[in-house]
Write a protein that binds this ligand. Structure first.
Ligand code: HEM
Length: 153
């Protein structure tokens, strides 16, 4: 499980990197009115791939040992504890919403007209990126704080 947690922690940085790259591409594309390029497609493709990997790792973490035991012992008491509520409900749900937005965004960008592609990129990937940023258990967050970098003990 330590392996999964370390990777879940590290892959957050890949998501943030490719998410930021995608949003910057959308903004500069809109501002300069340049045509949608292979670079735009690549950034959002990597953003999506790392979100997919993170979702799988997150589900493994959630359905393994401690968390599943807490879920089994009842959602009522679990919801009263801010740390448990965050990891079992809030974090997982918000990240899944972001994951869905990234996937819808990829197909929306593909389907739309060339002049609308950067706009769609900004809406879907920008919103997903924002949700991800606010749902990460950053070290300054009381009760759910986690390290910026985690490594094997
Ligand atoms: C973009 C998607 C996601 C990002 C960026 C992300 C990021 C993180 C980070 C930074 C941590 C703290 C790691 C540490 O303790 O060092 C964490 C913990 C956790 N995440 Fe995610 N996460 C994502 C998606 C998900 C999803 C979709 C789920 C579940 C469905 C999930 C479930 C969990 C759980 C259960 C923990 C606590 C693990 C433990 O301490 O046992 N995550 N996540």
């Amino acid at each position: 499980m330590e392996f999964t947690l370390v990777f879940h922690s590290i892959i957050r940085w890949a998501i943030l990197l490719f998410g930021a790259w995608t949003v910057i591409n959308a903004l500069t594309g809109l501002a300069s009115k340049r045509p949608y390029s292979a670079n735009d497609n690549r950034s959002s493709l990597f953003f999506m791939i790392f979100c997919d990997v993170q979702l799988i790792l997150g589900l493994i973490l959630l359905f393994s040992n401690t968390w599943i035991d807490k879920i089994k012992s009842g959602m009522g008491p679990l919801m009263k504890d801010p740390t448990n509520r965050f990891f079992v409900v809030e974090h997982g749900m918000m990240m899944m919403i972001a994951w869905v937005l990234v996937h819808i965004g990829r197909s929306a960008v593909k389907k739309t007209t060339p002049e609308n592609k950067h706009k769609k990129m900004l809406v879907f990937f920008g919103l997903a990126f924002l949700i991800i940023i606010i749902s990460i258990p950053w070290p300054n967050r009381t009760e759910v704080a986690r390290p910026l970098i985690r490594w094997f003990n």
